[in-house]
Design a protein around this ligand. Structure first.
Ligand SMILES: [Zn+2]
Length: 235
């Protein structure tokens, strides 16, 4: 991991680009630069993610591959998990659901050949996208720059140093949630299956075993997702 971006000259940074964050374990102040992914607390040695991480420079920077290119899968997961916790602010149910989608997506990725960066990002951030749509379906369409109601998701992806074409693919998957039944792309298929798996784990007694069997038969896109659903929910 490169902890400092070689393309950024701190000479041009503003006062908000270096800041102190309280250690979530002991409360000690820990100084962060905006492009530090994580730092260790000097007092209790707890290592934690920079909650105000901003790798926005990576979208255009010539050094992005040396810098953000080295962000591993675990790191990306940590960064996006921290972003979703920040967004849903203590709403444990929503946070749990998003993390559940992530776990299912990773499990499916073990067998299906998707792009981990795209699938993992879309899986974690999926619920933020849906929440934004549900919050205000009308306004979201008019005011959003990307035109698809996903400005919150875009902002997080940008700060996480994800390149534009990848950001677009991730947003495309989330934006297409309302016409779920048609997709030819494996990354979308994996994400949608992970969402279905997470949703099925909620209470739906009324549906009964027969109904559930039917749902599983018709909702899943990947053989792995379908098999997992049968194993977990239809025994
Ligand atoms: Zn500490």
């Amino acid at each position: 991991m490169v902890s400092k971006c070689p393309g950024q000259n701190t000479q041009f940074w503003g006062p908000g680009d270096i800041f102190t964050i309280e250690c979530p374990k002991c409360g000690n102040g820990v100084e962060f630069f905006k492009d530090d992914i994580r730092r260790r607390c000097q007092s209790c040695s707890h290592m934690f993610i920079n909650p105000r991480l901003n790798l926005g420079c990576a979208g255009w920077c010539q050094y992005a591959d040396q810098c953000v290119g080295t962000i591993g899968k675990e790191e990306l997961k940590d960064i996006l998990t921290s972003a979703i916790k920040e967004y849903f602010q203590g709403d444990e149910e929503k946070i749990d659901h998003a993390l559940k989608v992530l776990r299912f997506a990773e499990k499916i990725l073990e067998t299906e050949e998707g792009n981990p960066k795209v699938v993992i990002s879309a899986a974690i951030l999926y619920d933020i996208g849906i929440y934004e749509y549900e919050k205000d379906p009308e306004r979201v369409h008019v005011s959003d720059q990307g035109g698809d109601g996903l400005s919150a998701v875009r902002g997080i992806l940008e700060r996480s140093g994800i390149r534009e074409e990848t950001r677009e693919e991730i947003c495309g998957i989330i934006a297409a949630h309302s016409y779920l039944h048609q997709t030819d792309f494996i990354n979308s298929k994996i994400v949608y299956d992970a969402v279905q798996l997470a949703d099925l784990s909620g209470p739906c007694e009324a549906e009964g075993k027969k109904g559930r069997e039917k749902t599983i038969k018709k909702t899943f896109f990947t053989p792995t997702g379908k098999k997992m659903a049968e194993e977990i929910y239809y025994k």
